[in-house]
Design a protein around this ligand. Structure first.
Ligand SMILES: Nc1ncnc2c1ncn2[C@@H]1O[C@H](COP(=O)(O)OP(=O)(O)OP(=O)(O)O)[C@@H](O)[C@H]1O
Ligand SMILES: [Mg+2]
Length: 470
């Protein structure tokens, strides 16, 4: 069998256990897709020892989809009676409908369920799917098909990537939803089915404001029996990818490093031994058993804020107006949180009413305090574990790297600055800067630095040398 056929195997090259089954791409670039709970990101990489815009291409998926942040593609769907809306168009449509539509977001967290098959087979909540026809699995598949389409079209628009658009091997970043790697095989299969749906609906996706249900239902049905090759070559743990984005391009990192990546749905932690991370091609030595995933992250903060807003909104007296308020404000909470934590207050509007949320009230809220305490307890526990290992190998310093959108939250940065391990030998805990120096190169574009904490996972995922069982 020729190599070409090998590459065109009927399904993605990840078997149970996440083991890469094929690795002979005929292409120069590879792309890592970070299907995020809040926003999806992707980056291309063509092996080279330094990160220049000629070899590292963070893909502007948001710009391609007409979103407001060039590198961030909203992970959102809106299902109305006639069709499904995708990404930024779904958010725009939800805004137009005010409190009448329940925007579907954070569907990536369906993959975190204990019984994955059962969770994926569940019907979507009725308020988000007025047709009562789609399952959790369908929602993920429809979005992944759209995401693959945007990725390939963004590659097509880049002169260096255009020749390989649609052929480049792909990787995806994942949290540790459960022990073992069975879920990465499930996700690879979802990408295969999504690739089929994308091919089927290719002529509709270029203007993906919405796609009629009848087409989606047919494509979903067929994809189940005839998945295409989703080009997935490997899967990488998100915190590992975040580390690779930072340390692949530094000359030497002498100390053990703890990585804390807080996204919208999960917070992922891991640690690497000193000296292991050196260049794009050097292998990184992860400290055994340091990986952790918590299902507590920025979405929990948004939920706390939303509950506080609804409690404050005395003008919303009956359950119908409270529901409208909930649907109308829930898509706005991510941006509202970003303002609240920098400005210490945020103002929200609903049907002519104004609601002001102040940071001091949030800080005193019992559920917010419990959230902070839980995050800090997990962080401390991981820091203690890494410190003991580091001290036993003779180190006196630990580096901390924060990544993900949550790393911008002031209380997360304070936690990293303040928390010290008990191991007497560890005298220094140094918090690395969230954005590495090379990212400030203007050739990456001015929005790149702002989105770097969120982009780090896609970048590192593309750059990292992934061990066979990653
Ligand atoms: N400057 C900021 N201040 C506060 N929060 C921010 C800021 N920038 C981004 N965020 C929050 O970060 C979250 C998104 O982060 P990120 O893109 O890393 O998550 P994700 O990859 O979608 O989620 P996950 O990795 O859990 O699947 C959102 O809740 C967003 O509001
Ligand atoms: Mg993420």
């Amino acid at each position: 069998m020729g190599e070409d056929q090998q590459v065109r195997a009927p399904q993605s090259g990840i078997g149970a256990g996440g083991v890469a089954l094929w690795s002979k791409p005929q292409t120069r670039w590879r792309i890592c897709i970070d299907f995020g709970t809040a926003t999806s990101k992707a980056s291309a990489w063509r092996t080279h020892p330094s990160p220049t815009a000629d070899y590292l291409k963070p893909l502007p998926l948001g710009a391609m989809a007409g979103g407001s942040k060039p590198f961030l593609l909203d992970s959102a769907l809106l299902i109305d009676k006639g069709s499904v809306w995708f990404g930024p168009a779904a958010i725009k449509r939800a805004r137009e409908l005010g409190g009448k539509a329940d925007l579907l977001r954070s569907f990536k967290t369906f993959l975190a369920a204990g019984d994955l098959d059962e969770a994926l087979a569940l019907k979507l909540r009725r308020s988000a799917d007025p047709t009562a026809t789609y399952t959790h699995r369908d929602a993920i598949l429809m979005y992944l098909a759209y995401l693959l389409d945007i990725v390939d079209r963004t590659a097509q628009a880049d002169p260096d990537l255009a020749a390989e658009a649609g052929k480049t091997p792909l990787r995806f970043a994942h949290p540790m939803w459960r022990r073992g790697l069975a879920s990465t095989a499930v996700v690879a299969r979802l990408f295969d089915e999504a690739a089929f749906i994308r091919e089927r609906l290719a002529i509709h996706f270029p203007d993906p404001d919405s796609i009629p249900h009848v087409m989606l239902h047919a494509a979903l049905r067929e994809a189940r029996n005839a998945p295409s090759f989703g080009r997935m070559q490997a899967a990488i743990f998100e915190a590992h990818a975040a580390a690779a984005a930072h340390f692949s391009f530094t000359s030497h990192n002498p100390h053990p490093i703890l990585i804390f990546d807080m996204g919208a749905g999960t917070t992922d932690l891991t640690a690497f031994e000193s000296g292991g991370i050196r260049s794009a091609d050097a292998s990184m030595t992860e400290i055994d058993e340091s990986r952790r995933t918590l299902s507590l992250a920025c979405d929990e903060v948004d939920l706390i804020l939303l509950n506080m807003v609804v409690d404050k909104a005395k003008f919303a007296k009956d359950s119908a107006s409270r529901r409208r308020l909930w649907y109308a404000l829930s898509p706005a909470m991510r941006a509202a949180k970003e303002v609240l934590f920098t400005e210490k207050a945020v103002e929200l509007q609903f049907e002519g009413n104004q609601i002001i949320l102040r940071y001091k009230d949030v800080a005193a809220n019992p559920r917010f305090k419990a959230f902070r305490a839980a995050i800090e307890a997990s962080y401390t526990e991981c820091l203690e574990f890494v410190s003991r290992r580091a001290a036993a190998s003779g180190h006196d310093t630990i580096d901390i790297l924060l990544a993900g959108g949550g790393s911008s939250l002031p209380f997360i940065q304070e936690m990293a600055q303040r928390t010290r391990p008990t191991a007497a030998r560890i005298r220094k805990v140094r918090v690395a800067s969230i954005v590495p120096d090379w990212a400030y190169d203007p050739s990456f574009g001015e929005d790149f630095v702002k989105s770097f904490p969120q982009m780090a996972i896609a970048i590192g995922g593309a750059v990292a040398r992934v061990p066979v069982a990653e």
